[in-house]
Design a binder for this molecule. Sequence first.
Ligand SMILES: [Zn+2]
Length: 243
Amino acid sequence: MGVGIGVPGLVDPDRGRVAVAPNLPALNERELGPDLGRVLGRPVRVENDVNAIAVGEWRKGAGRGARALLVVTLGTGVGGGLILAGTLYRGPDGTAGEVGHMPLRPGGPRCRCGARGCLEVYASATAVVAAARAAGVPTEGGAAAVAVAARAGDPRARKVFARAGAAVGVAAAGLVNLLNLDRMVIGGGLAGAWDLMEPHARRELGRRAFSRPLERFRWAPSLLGDDAGVVGAAILAKENMGA
Ligand SMILES: [Zn+2]
């Protein structure tokens, strides 16, 4: 039996190599698959962590039955994994799915990637907490605390989620029109607050997306939660190695 592992970074799954992992620099340029495989005595399949999450949700979670699926994680940053035409779409360099750095506003706030106005600066948990703090909402407890305030009717907190939801809706409209996306699964730390964001996302999507793909399209909060990456990595290990 093989082992699957998801790494937050750019990986080459065929070689088991981590090209760059910005938050785990010790793994940069490391042959993680072969190295771990020697220690464990089993084949190890290395995949990008959000790609593993996408495969998990697609095969066993909220993405089941979707034909063109984006799984987006709204967490510290915003990540994404794309399933197209019945397979995980990595792109020629393995970088596909980075929906967090889809530009929404050319002159928007600076993103950690260096560009301005990326989806991530509006819709990450980090962005929600920063906007809430700036609006005077207590943020001890992070985005979950902001969600509690919003549910209690705090208009400032509700506005923060409205802005984040609207940003997701604008991004989704572009993706629905470009890819005929039929499902978007929302994961990450903000998934539990998706009900606060969804009406605003739906409004912006409805203003921009073509009606035919829009009829088919739906959102779904993650079903597997924190297990999605583990499930997806295991599926990838099994299917790519026959283990
Ligand atoms: Zn960015």
